[in-house]
Design a protein around this ligand. Structure first.
Ligand code: TYD
Length: 132
């Protein structure tokens, strides 16, 4: 499994820090949707255990930190997003989840497809059987 994990430039001066993403250079798909997750309720919660049949995503943690877990049916990998200028690519057909430890997390996701429930595989046994 090769999960793409990128640190983009951070331009800092006395007033602020600024980072940017360019299309198509930085995004390996056509963007159809952007969503963000905030007002997280329980520290240490796990959200989002699923895989997508077609949707690819890029995830940022804009505030605080979040751990993103990946499982391709053979190997597992954990990536910590702990800076606003880091992102991780979530390929299609990779089981993934998020663990957070602060309600201050703000998670930004850029997605290749519109929301479609049929794109989700929400059961791990089902995911493994589709891989075969
Ligand atoms: P979902 O991705 O199913 O979250 P979880 O796997 O943690 O339950 O999304 C939760 C709800 O939000 C679900 O009713 C669908 C809706 N939703 C949209 O309408 N559009 C979106 O882009 C996303 C991500 C979710």
């Amino acid at each position: 499994m090769e999960i793409k994990y990128v640190e983009i430039p951070k331009i800092s001066d006395v007033r602020w820090a600024l980072s940017f993403i360019e299309v198509p250079k930085d995004i390996p798909f056509e963007i159809q949707r952007i969503y963000y997750i905030y007002d997280l309720k329980e520290d240490g919660s796990i959200r989002w255990e699923h895989a997508h049949r077609e949707t690819e995503q890029i995830m940022f943690c804009l505030n605080w930190s979040v751990t993103v877990g990946f499982d391709d049916g053979k190997n597992k990998e954990l990536i910590i997003l702990d800076s606003s200028n880091k992102w991780v690519h979530i390929p299609k057909m990779i089981w993934h989840w998020m663990e957070w430890f602060s309600e201050n997390c703000i998670i930004l996701v850029i997605a290749s497809h519109l929301y479609e429930e049929t794109d989700y595989i929400r059961n791990y046994e089902n995911y493994i059987s589709i891989l075969k």
